[in-house]
Design a protein around this ligand. Structure first.
Ligand code: ATP
Ligand code: LTN
Length: 325
């Protein structure tokens, strides 16, 4: 059985990109693998977030992950800050990573540009992510395309640590879906749909009600001309709609493009497909929200399980580096 690990930040409302690029692949992975899924609250501290919001969003993240279909009987679902080895291993890895390689991370460059006071944690963010993964002797990390570079760094750090201090970490690999790995904003189809970018009409949230989903898809920005073609560089808006249809229904992108000769019917079908995909998730989430005590219990049990594994890996790494335990 392979070991699978992935994480999500509780830094905003989850959206269709999170669902297609990540969550639904976590659900498929859960039965045949030893799977760990983590709400990475420490990562959310790298940007401005209100403490009361963070607390609420952390629990709500777990609600959504259960609603999409993660089964707490088979996966380990937990909150990052409840397992202290994540921060402890991150320090050991910060003393393995270099300023140069962290400065090359595109997510850091994007999120720090234009900000007057960039937090040190935003710079070291990918090292904490490497710690998350390496603690669990992970084989596969199911993520969207934007995390590719962070996974490469994780692999580099594991290999460097093993070369320097002896075989300690398993070297993981990213698994990125063929369709849905990069869902674009409906209003700004040149940018990825994101929860930290304010784009109310461009972002389809997993818990949006069906009317809102229809409205957002209908008002999606399309491109000059009227032909329906898959050409992400020349026609990013239409291409995004075609990819959404492909990812939501299983039809091929080229086949989808052949079916339409106008934007209106394409938008209608995308809206219907997305509503069909998300409605059951929304219903389950609304039920789960009414019993947050149960959600906290699930997270507590998950943290206890994760901690047992994390403790052993941390001790191995600390001992290899010469720390006296
Ligand atoms: P932000 O952009 O604010 O950092 P996010 O919306 O990217 O947040 P994350 O918590 O960083 O959300 O990501 C959770 C998972 O969702 C990751 O595996 C990420 O690759 C995936 N993901 C995020 N946005 C998209 C997207 N637009 N398309 C496909 N996958 C995505
Ligand atoms: N950086 C990721 C979230 C994340 C993660 C992880 C993903 C933190 N730790 C470990 C996979 C494995 C993001 O922004 N999507």
């Amino acid at each position: 059985m392979a070991t699978v690990f992935s994480g999500v930040q509780p830094s905003g409302d989850f959206h269709l990109g999170n669902y297609l690029g990540a969550f639904r692949n976590w659900v498929t992975a859960q039965h045949d693998n030893d799977a760990y899924f983590c709400v990475v609250d420490l990562h959310a501290l790298t940007l401005e977030i209100d403490p009361a919001d963070l607390r609420r969003r952390t629990l709500d993240a777990a609600v959504v992950l259960l609603a999409v279909g993660l089964d707490p009987e088979v996966v380990t679902l937990f909150v990052q800050s409840q397992v202290p080895e994540h921060s402890r291993l991150a320090w050991l890895l910060e003393c393995t990573a270099t300023m140069g390689e962290l400065g090359r991370m595109t997510q850091f460059k994007e999120k720090s540009t234009g900000s007057e006071s960039v937090r040190a944690g935003l710079f070291t963010y990918p090292v904490l992510m490497a710690a998350d993964i390496l603690l669990y002797d992970v084989d596969e990390v199911p993520v969207g395309d934007d995390q590719r570079q962070h996974l490469e760094l994780t692999r580099d750090l594991a290999i460097r640590f093993n070369n320097r201090y002896g075989e300690t970490f398993k070297v993981p690999r990213a698994t990125i879906p063929k369709v849905g790995a990069r869902v674009m904003d409906l209003q700004h189809p040149e940018a990825k749909m994101s929860k930290s970018v304010e784009s109310p009409l461009g972002t389809v949230r997993i818990l949006d009600d069906p009317d809102d989903i229809v409205r957002k898809v209908r008002r999606a920005v399309t491109d000059a001309g009227t032909t329906v073609e898959h050409d992400p560089a020349g026609k990013p808006g239409v291409s995004n709609l075609l990819e959404l249809l492909a990812a939501s229904t299983g039809v091929g992108v080229a086949e989808a493009a052949d079916r339409y000769d106008a934007y209106g019917p394409l938008k209608q079908d995308v809206a219907d497909a997305v509503v069909a995909l998300l409605s059951p998730v929304r219903e389950r989430a609304l039920e789960l929200r009414s019993d947050l005590g149960e959600v906290e219990r699930i997270l507590g049990a998950g943290a206890t399980r994760a901690h047992e594994v994390a403790q052993r890996t941390y001790a191995r790494a600390a001992t290899a580096m010469g720390l006296v335990l």
